[in-house]
Design a protein around this ligand. Structure first.
Ligand code: ADP
Length: 923
């Protein structure tokens, strides 16, 4: 409508009223509708005549009436020329209001208005506004566009997302935001349409362009929306560029980690929260020698992890701490038969999720076996180097290395203090010339030393030489000297410089070792140990003492001198005779006794002094005699085998001798004593075993003889009977003869039986299987019974028997075994005292009962009294009297099993008394 003040003509007005698409109204100043066009019918439902004459108040919505009236008045008054785009609600015939958009002007006191029904549009906008209010509050970008792709609405978030001002996107084609190429767009749009048709919604990523041209990826959700009957689309968008980037980064990190994990030369393993090993890498498989699927294990339940001390670190890692576990020794053989023990270091690290929660732990292992070995080698070599350096500085600091200088041109010699000290000079004193110096060389070594020095002067070559010197105090010492020559430009030696070290101790130690090994050789040089001991004593006396005595301890407690070494024959005799002359049972004050009992090494500096203060019990003459042999110092050491005391060894010096004792002498003495003890013990064992072999051989020959005798007689008898049977049985073999024969056979068989029983008993005793079955019985009656049964043999042996018994006593014993003992005692008495009386006596006291069997046989030598109770031991030799030497041995074993005793008192020519004691039964 153009701006004009000219009133419409009648024709013009009629034309307007009849405008086919608009509602036309002519309104009077009082608001009465004077005329209404025919369209009113279609939009509001009225016939024109039905509303003509109606007042606006009835026709306009009460909420809109005021602004409508005001606008009409403004037009009528002329304060407004035209009314444009004025919208109000007008009453339809159906009773509902319609939104009408009016344009109008006044003419001739009336308002001519042209209206369009915009109800639909208004409603759409209202709906949109309502939704927009909701959509505005959404942080995601929301777009509504119509089907042709025009943006009808964009929320603030959407506009901000793409950098547009508010409302700027409204009405713009959707294409504005698109960053795909046209083909891509077409493809994606088709996809969107297809998907929506099928599923009602499309979800995906869209490539968008911001206002500033930047490309962003958005996650989109497109849903159809019908507004006001028209198809629209709602697009909800979220910028996922950052997420995408993050995701890509994560992916990259994951890949990086994966590659790192797979390719790492360090063995790695990953555990889940339950402690299960869920992944390992190649290096891990190699370390454990396991296949890629053989790694399953639970570290929280693995005892090995606890054993090697890894467990606490595992727990710390699970608690979120990255920790280094100290190296542990892993026994890889547990995992694979091919494995071996390796030193392993472990780094444990928790793996977190985005919320900083531990989800897994990773353990990186490092096989440090080699490096540890290298390290320890390194440490060792450093330690050795340190040691060497220390040694050097110690040697220098301890003042053991002396330094000298000599100028050949002037024969000027200069020594430092240490060198003076080594040679025993006062500080600052020393030989001032080469000749003077050479005087201190040991005469045996001097020539060689001179030669070496001369050569050094001529050639200028350095030298090292070991030789002996005489100190000023007369002591012989070993030194190691070195020299280096310095030459002038013509090659002439102008200075000789060198060091000297006292190596006596080293030399002595080497010599001592060789001395000791030589003594060991001597001590085992022959089977004759006395001869060996003598040689050793002589050898020792030449090395560190003037003489050596060996005194042997005997079972009866006496000490007997067996060796005197290193002395003149005269002195040797004297030392033997002093020993024999004075009591061999020593008192506690005697140094031999002290050493023997306490095991201490007794060192006596001055024998005479010592004797006087200690040996109050010895006569003066003893000391005078000792003194007369020149005895001065002594070292007494005990000789002891593994179990037995063997005696003592004494090393001594004489007043005029060449040796003096010091700490080293004591050490040597003890070393020698040890070697001597071993040698004596071995020799005694050897002798003993020789004797044992001898008696075993003897036993065997006697045993076979003993068995053979009855067997031969049985065989002969048998042959004889056979022959007799063949001749004439009725005459010879009558009942009486046969009975006699049987008795004779019985005797022989009994003999064989007894022998075999004895041998069996021996076997039982050796195997500790000789058992006793105790019973209670009266002892006197028991003995009487045994005697009774042996009576025929007594008579046969021609022994008259007397017996005395105490009142009856009860014992708890194995009667069978005790009878065996009594029979053995009596048969021995008959055997060895045949033809002479035997006396038997049974006595008792509160504790025990004793059986004494006294014979008047040959008696037994004192030295054999114990021996005869040992296995195969006999005091008689050979076959003069039959027997195996087993009876007494078995008897003693039996009696001792009863807590009793069996022993003998005897003297040669006075018969023997064997005594058995048994404990009484008090129960
Ligand atoms: P055997 O008599 O069979 O040789 P024994 O063990 O009974 O064996 O005796 C061991 C040794 O003890 C005998 O060989 C003998 O030298 C000595 N002996 C035993 N009894 C007497 C005795 N009554 N008188 C003298 N010597 C005896």
């Amino acid at each position: 409508m153009s701006k004009t003040t000219r009133p419409w003509t009648k024709e013009e007005l009629q034309e307007i009223v009849n405008l086919p698409t608009h509602l036309v109204a002519i309104i009077a100043a009082d608001g009465t509708l004077i005329n209404v066009g025919p369209v009113a019918d279609t939009s509001l439902g009225w016939e024109p005549h039905e509303i003509q004459g109606m007042n606006l108040k009835e026709f306009i919505h009460p909420d809109d009436i005021q602004k409508t009236s005001e606008s009409i008045q403004e037009l009528l008054k002329g304060s407004k020329d035209v009314l444009i785009n004025f919208t109000n609600r007008c009453l339809g015939k159906d009773g509902g209001y319609h939104w009408i958009n009016w344009g109008g002007r006044a003419s001739g006191g009336k308002v001519y208005a042209l209206g369009t029904d915009v109800t639909d549009k208004i409603q759409f906008e209202q709906e949109l506004n309502l939704q927009a209010m909701v959509l505005e509050s959404i942080s995601e970008g929301v777009l509504i566009c119509n089907k042709p792709g025009i943006i009808a609405y964009a929320n603030t978030a959407e506009e901000m997302l793409f950098g547009y001002e508010p409302e700027e996107l409204n009405g713009k084609p959707l294409q504005t935001l698109n960053a795909w190429s046209s083909e891509e767009s077409e493809f994606h749009l088709r996809d969107v349409m297809d998907t929506i048709r099928q599923k009602g919604v499309w979800k995906g990523e869209w490539l968008n362009r911001k206002k500033n041209g930047d490309i962003v990826t958005t996650a989109c959700r497109v849903t159809p929306l019908t507004l006001n009957g028209e198809k629209n689309f709602v697009i909800v968008q979220r910028d996922i560029s950052q997420e995408k980037q993050k995701e890509q980064e994560q992916e990259r990190t994951r890949n990086r980690f994966k590659t790192f994990f797979e390719q790492s030369i360090l063995p790695m393993e990953i555990y889940n929260l339950e402690g299960d090993r869920i992944a390992v890498n190649k290096a891990w498989c190699e370390l454990f020698n396991l296949g890629p699927d053989e790694f399953h294990n639970n570290i929280l339940k693995d005892s090995a992890a606890k054993e090697v001390g890894l467990y606490p670190y595992v727990l710390r890692a699970y608690a979120g701490e990255a920790v280094d576990a100290p190296a542990f020794l892993a026994d890889l053989s547990k995992y694979s038969p091919k494995g071996r023990s390796r030193w392993i270091e472990a780094w444990l690290s928790p793996i977190f999720d985005e919320n900083k929660k531990v989800i897994e732990i990773a353990i990186v292992l490092k096989d440090v076996t080699e490096s540890r070995e290298t390290q320890s080698k390194l440490e060792r070599s450093i330690a050795e180097k340190d040691l060497a350096e220390n040694r050097l500085s110690m040697a220098v600091n301890a003042g053991k290395i002396g330094i000298w200088e000599w100028k050949p041109s002037t024969n000027e010699l200069h020594w430092d203090h240490t060198l003076s000290e080594i040679y025993g000079y006062e500080k600052g004193q020393y030989p001032k010339s080469l000749e003077e110096y050479e005087k201190r060389n040991h005469s045996e070594d001097n020539a060689a030393v001179q030669r070496i020095i001369k050569r050094a002067i001529q050639t200028g070559e350095p030298y090292v030489v070991e030789h002996r010197i005489w100190r000023l105090d007369g002591q012989v010492r070993w030194i190691q000297g070195s020299g280096t020559a310095f030459k002038d430009e013509t090659g002439k030696v102008i200075l000789l410089m060198g060091t000297v070290m006292d190596i006596t101790d080293k030399k002595v130690a080497v010599a001592d070792q060789s001395f000791l090994s030589q003594t060991s050789e001597i001590l085992s040089s022959s089977f004759n140990y006395l001869e060996n001991l003598q040689k050793m004593a002589d050898f020792a006396a030449r090395y560190f003492c003037d003489g050596c005595l060996i005194d042997q301890l005997h079972p009866d407690g006496t000490i007997k001198r067996i060796v005197v070494g290193g002395t003149s024959e005269e002195m040797k005799e004297k030392l033997f005779s002093i020993h024999n002359h004075y009591p061999q049972r020593y008192t506690q004050e005697h140094p031999l006794f002290i050493s023997l009992i306490t095991g201490r090494t007794v060192v006596i500096e001055d024998m005479l002094e010592y004797s006087k203060s200690y040996w109050s019990k010895y006569p003066e003459a003893y000391f005078t005699e000792l003194d007369s042999v020149g005895f001065y110092s002594a070292i007494v050491v005990r000789l002891k085998g593994k179990e037995n005391l063997l005696g003592t060894i004494t090393f001594f010096t004489t007043r005029n001798g060449q040796y003096k004792f010091d700490a080293r002498s004591k050490w040597l003495a003890e070393e020698l004593a040890y070697r001597t003890s071993m040698s004596i013990e071995n020799s005694l064992l050897y002798l003993h075993s020789q004797e044992a072999i001898k008696s075993r051989d003897e036993f065997l020959s006697i045993a076979s003889h003993e068995l053979k005798t009855p067997l031969t007689s049985l065989t002969l008898q048998n042959q004889m009977r056979k022959r007799q049977l063949e001749k004439d049985k009725s005459k010879v073999l009558n009942e009486k003869t046969i009975l006699k024969m049987i008795e004779a056979d019985d005797r022989q068989l009994r003999r064989i039986n007894r022998l075999i029983d004895d041998m069996l008993d021996i076997a039982r005793i050796r195997a500790e299987k000789l058992t006793i079955h105790k019973e209670q019985f009266e002892f006197c009656a028991f003995v009487k019974d045994v005697i009774e049964r042996l009576n025929p043999q007594m008579q046969a042996a021609g022994c008259e028997l007397t017996a005395h018994f105490c009142p009856s006593v009860t014992v708890v014993c194995d009667s069978y075994r005790i009878e065996q003992v009594v029979v053995n005692m009596l048969t021995n008495a008959m055997k060895y005292g045949a033809g002479r009386p035997i006396n038997i006596e049974v006595t008792s006291n509160n504790l025990k009962v004793s059986l004494m069997v006294h014979d008047q046989g040959p008696g037994i030598d004192t030295k054999d009294l114990e021996r005869i109770f040992q296995r195969f031991e006999r005091a008689v030799t050979g076959r003069e009297i039959s027997g195996l030497g087993l009876g007494l041995y078995i008897s003693r074993q039996i009696v001792e099993l009863h807590d009793g005793a069996l022993f003998v008192t005897s003297e040669i020519g006075r018969g023997s008394t064997f005594i058995m004691e048994l404990p009484l039964d008090h129960g």
